[in-house]
Design a protein around this ligand. Structure first.
Ligand code: G1P
Ligand code: ZN
Length: 565
C-alpha cells in the first residue's frame, strides 16, 4: 500500500564553508570529488541560494532546474528537489531527465515567469568522476545573478548553520508531466513538472528566424554542414531543430548523445578541443561547421576547409548583417555590446551604423542589465559566446542559426563573407593565451606587480621595440565599469595596456577555474588594409612585449601557455 502521509520537512545542522564564492558566471565550480567528499558541500550552496531569495518571493514560486547531463547532475537534482520543497518553492519545472541547455533554462524562466533557475554545469570544463561539476543560479530575467545577489549568497554561505530538506521526497525524472507532493509544513502542495527540454526553446527560435529560408538552404543536396555537440547537452536540440525540422541530413550532426563524461571529450569549442571537427572540415566537403560547449551556450563557427571565424569577428559579422534575421527587423536594433577583452571589431560596425556600443566587464550578467533596460540587442565575448536579447545568456545554437540566416541570404562562403567584412571595416587580429593551474600566490603577485607597473605615471609614453616594430603606450589602467542603468561600479576587471596605434594587451585572472589560477593574456591589433596576415605572426611582437612587461615566465615558472585561442 502507498504511504500517503505528508512528507517530513527537516532542518539539518551544518557547518559553513569559506570557499563558496560564486564565479564570473555566478556559480560554484569545483572538481566532482569536492562535492562528493565534503559533507553537505552541495546542500550548503543550495541553501545559500534559497536563503538569498526573500521568503515572500520564494513561497509558492516557480523555479526552473536543468543541467548539462554531466556526472553528478542526477544526484544534485535529487537534492535540489528535496531542498526546494523544504524551502517553500511551490513548483519546479525540470528538463526531462534533468537535462536542459543553459539557453533553454533562460528561455523557460522567462516564459513561465519563474523567480529563477538552477543550472547544473561546469560549462566547457571536462566532466565525469574526475572532471568538474558546477551549479549556478539565474534570476527572474533569465540571466546570471547580479553581483549584489551573488555577494549575498557568499555572505550567507560563510555563516550557514542549517539547511532545510525533505528527505523522503523522490521525483521521477524520466516521466513527462506533473507530479504532486504533500508536505507536513505550512507550505502548499509542492509540484514538479517534467518538461520536454527542447520544445520551448525550439518555439522561440521559430519566432526569431525564417525557418522556411533556413530549410531551403539546409535540406537541399548542395549545402553541407557539420555540427558537433561534443556529447554535451545540445545533441537533442541540434537533431530536433537542425535535422528534423530544417531538413539537414542526420549525419550532419555528430556526437549528439549527451553523456556523463562527454565521451571523454573536452567540450570546449575551440581549435584545440574541437580538433575532430576542425579535421573533418579541413578534409571534408562541408561548407559550414560549428561546435558547442557542454551546456550549449558557447559556439565556434568554421567555414569550408576549417576557416575559423573568431568570436570577436563573429559578433561583428552578425551585427553588420543583422537584418538577415527577421526578429531584428521587428524589434529594431537597440545597441551592441562586447566584453572589454573582446576585440573592437564590433565597434567598427557600431560606428558605421550609428548604433550605441557598450564595453562591459567579462561575464554575461552585464549584458543582461542593458537588455532589461531595452538598450541592447546583440552582444558577444571573445570566449566563444554570442547572443541576442531573446534570452539573458549566450546561445550557441542561436549563433549558428544567425550565421545560417546570413549564409542563406548572401549565398557566399563563410570565408568570403569574412573577407568582405575586413575589406569594409579593416581587421582586428586577435589572440588569447591561457596559463592554467598556475600557483595562486604567484598569479596574484604577478598581477599586483603588473598593476603597480602600468598605473605608474611614467608608464604612459614608454616605447617597446621588437624587431622593427615599435609600440608606444598611450594609456594603461585597471578596467572599471559603471553600469549605465543602475550606476553600479565594478572594479578590477582586467589590466589594460593600450598603445598609440590602438593595439592592446590585457591581463586578467579567470574567475571560473576550478584549481589554482588561470592567467589570461588577450592581445589584439587593428589593420585597416593589411587583412591577410597570419594572426600569430602578426601578433608575435605584442606577445613578446606582454611577456616582458609581466615577467610572466619568471614569476609563474611557466614557459608557455596551456592553450592559445
Ligand atoms: C570565462 C570567459 C568569460 C565567460 C565566462 C562564463 O570567464 O572568459 O568570457 O563569460 O567564462 O562562461 P573567466 O574564466 O575568464 O573568468
Ligand atoms: Zn557554457
Amino acid at each position: 500500500m502507498m504511504d500517503d502521509s505528508p512528507l517530513q520537512v527537516l532542518t539539518v545542522p551544518t557547518a559553513p564553508y569559506p570557499d563558496q564564492r560564486p564565479t564570473t558566471a555566478g556559480g560554484l565550480r569545483r572538481k566532482v570529488y569536492v562535492f562528493q567528499s565534503r559533507r553537505n558541500y552541495l546542500h550548503n550552496f543550495i541553501q545559500s541560494v534559497f536563503s538569498s531569495i526573500d521568503l515572500r518571493d520564494r513561497q509558492g514560486s516557480t523555479v526552473v532546474v536543468g543541467g548539462d547531463g554531466r556526472f553528478f547532475n542526477r544526484t544534485a537534482i535529487e537534492v535540489i528537489v528535496q531542498m526546494a520543497a523544504a524551502n517553500g518553492v511551490g513548483r519546479l519545472i525540470i528538463g526531462h531527465q534533468g537535462i536542459m541547455s543553459t539557453p533553454a533554462v533562460s528561455c523557460v524562466i522567462r516564459k513561465h515567469k519563474a523567480i529563477g533557475g538552477i543550472i547544473l554545469t561546469a560549462s566547457h570544463n571536462p566532466g565525469g568522476p574526475d572532471g568538474d561539476f558546477g551549479i549556478k543560479f539565474n534570476t527572474a530575467n533569465g540571466g546570471p545573478a547580479q553581483e549584489a545577489f551573488t555577494n549575498k549568497m557568499f555572505q550567507i554561505s560563510r555563516s550557514l548553520e542549517e539547511f532545510a530538506i525533505c528527505p523522503g521526497l523522490r521525483v521521477d525524472l524520466s516521466t513527462l508531466g506533473g507530479q504532486q507532493f504533500d508536505l507536513e509544513n505550512k507550505f502548499k502542495p509542492f509540484t514538479v513538472e517534467m518538461v520536454d527540454s527542447v520544445e520551448s526553446y525550439a518555439n522561440l527560435m521559430r519566432n526569431i528566424f525564417d525557418f522556411a529560408a533556413l530549410k531551403e538552404l539546409l535540406s537541399g543536396q548542395s549545402y553541407k554542414i557539420r555540427l558537433d555537440a561534443m556529447h554535451g547537452v545540445l545533441g537533442p536540440y541540434v537533431r530536433r531543430i537542425i535535422c528534423e525540422e530544417l531538413g539537414s541530413p542526420a549525419n550532419s550532426a555528430v556526437n549528439c548523445v549527451p553523456m556523463e563524461d562527454f565521451g571523454g571529450l573536452h567540450p570546449d569549442p575551440n581549435l584545440i578541443y574541437a580538433a575532430d571537427l576542425v579535421e573533418a572540415m579541413r578534409e571534408g566537403p562541408y561548407d559550414f561547421g560549428a561546435a558547442f560547449d557542454a551546456d550549449g551556450d558557447r559556439n565556434m563557427i568554421l567555414g569550408k576547409h576549417g576557416f575559423l571565424v573568431t568570436p570577436s569577428d563573429s559578433v561583428a559579422v552578425i551585427a553588420a548583417n543583422i537584418f538577415c534575421i527577421p526578429y531584428f527587423q521587428q524589434t529594431g536594433v537597440r545597441g551592441f555590446a562586447r566584453s572589454m577583452p573582446t576585440s573592437a571589431a564590433l565597434d567598427k560596425v557600431a560606428k558605421a551604423t550609428k548604433i550605441e556600443l557598450y564595453e562591459t566587464p567579462t561575464g554575461w550578467k552585464f549584458f543582461g542589465s542593458l537588455m532589461d533596460a531595452g538598450r541592447l540587442s546583440l552582444c558577444g565575448e571573445e570566449s566563444f559566446g554570442t547572443g541576442g536579447d531573446h534570452i539573458r545568456e549566450n546561445d550557441g545554437l542561436w549563433a549558428v542559426l544567425a550565421w545560417l540566416s546570413i549564409l542563406a541570404t548572401r549565398r557566399q562562403s563563410v570565408e568570403d563573407i569574412m573577407k568582405d567584412h575586413w575589406l569594409k571595416y579593416g581587421r582586428n587580429y586577435y589572440t588569447r593565451y591561457d596559463y592554467e593551474d598556475v600557483d595562486l600566490d604567484a598569479a596574484f603577485e604577478m598581477m599586483e606587480y603588473l598593476e603597480n607597473t602600468i598605473v605608474d605615471k611614467s608608464f604612459a609614453g614608454q616605447r617597446f621595440a621588437v624587431g622593427d616594430k615599435i609600440y608606444q603606450v598611450e594609456k594603461a589602467d585597471n578596467f572599471e565599469y559603471t553600469d549605465p542603468v543602475d550606476s553600479t561600479i565594478s572594479r578590477n576587471q582586467g589590466l589594460r595596456i593600450i598603445f598609440t596605434d590602438g593595439s592592446r594587451i590585457i591581463y586578467r585572472l579567470s574567475g571560473t577555474g576550478s584549481v589554482g589560477a588561470t592567467v589570461r593574456i588577450y592581445i589584439d591589433s587593428y589593420e585597416k588594409d593589411d587583412i591577410s596576415q597570419d594572426t600569430q605572426v602578426m601578433l608575435a611582437p605584442l606577445a613578446t612585449i606582454a611577456l616582458k612587461i609581466s615577467q610572466l615566465h619568471a614569476r609563474t615558472g611557466r614557459t608557455g601557455p596551456s592553450v592559445i585561442t
